[in-house]
Ligand binder design. Sequence first.
Ligand SMILES: [Zn+2]
Length: 376
Amino acid sequence: MASCRWCGSGHGETVLDLGLQPACDDFPRPGDPPAPVHPLRLWACDGCGLAQLPDRSPVPQEPRAVEPAALSAHARDSVAWALSQGLLVAGTSAREFGSPHGGSWVELLAAAGLEVRQDDGAGPVDAVIDVFGLMHEEDQRAGLGHRVECLTTDGVLVLVFPPLETVVELGQWNALRHGHHAYPSTAVAARQLAECGLTVVASVLHPLYGGTRLLAARRSSAVAPRAVSVPLPGDVPRAALTALAESVAAGVAALRAHLQQAAAEGRRVIGYGAASRAVPLLVGAGIGPELLPAVADASPAKQGRLIPGVGLPVVGPDELVAARADEVLLFLPDLLDEVRSALPEVEHSGACWRSVETLMPTRAECPPRPTSTPAS
Ligand SMILES: [Zn+2]
């Protein structure tokens, strides 16, 4: 029986069920036993609307990824924006709640003249920054509450997260992963902040991951009534989550059909980006080495290992170039510019880069069918 990570309600429904999936950050070595699998499903709370993982996640492994340039660019853009809006001010104090995925603002904050304090004993700070951190908290209410406690009376809390409306709009069902316990929409996040006594004072959507939300909020007692009115998107309707679930089958079928057609035509396809979001896609489509002989990745810690669940070998960029593929299928669309400039040899040898996103049916192509329900 699920119990909401925000409001504690036991009432809700499973809206997306990916079945049993290996931990997406547990890359086995050749010869290791098969990776253990765990339920991976999205549950929407009837009480507060928060979409979340209702099941316990496996213990996360050490992060092994190389920080994408797109994530560093997002941090630079966001800090510059927050400074221009007067949300961050030189000479004031700040603390970051980061994530295992990188994209830290700490160095940028220090360079902008803020005093960065990173421990609980340092007292309240003028700015609390959370970059993809909160989603990793099993107890969402306690996690947000702790961040609010770290604020001075007139401090600002900055939350950066992938909002549910982007996941739904772009059909990013494979963004679901163990350890990311909560998937708030912007509207749900704003309500959670209000329940903690905060008012949203600024918001911006950045193009990272197709639309990454930044919300800035202050204690309502420090905000003059009606002084601010920040336009925010409305709630994500439950029917949109049903449509997201229905796009899973279409997405994995499209990937499989593309690779089968390439194999039939004798075109060699190699993957790029042994990322967490590639795992449910490859597992769901049942892609073995006969259809995708390898997935390249820049992280030396992943090279020589296998994609969990399907056993595809992870190779380095050098091996990708040497493989002289006809097509390199990119599992992380945000990396396209970076890998094209880092690996010009791929295109020089006649191969093309293709983002896996271009194979996925768009939302318009997968209209919701109101009579069906997601598998559970
Ligand atoms: Zn709830």
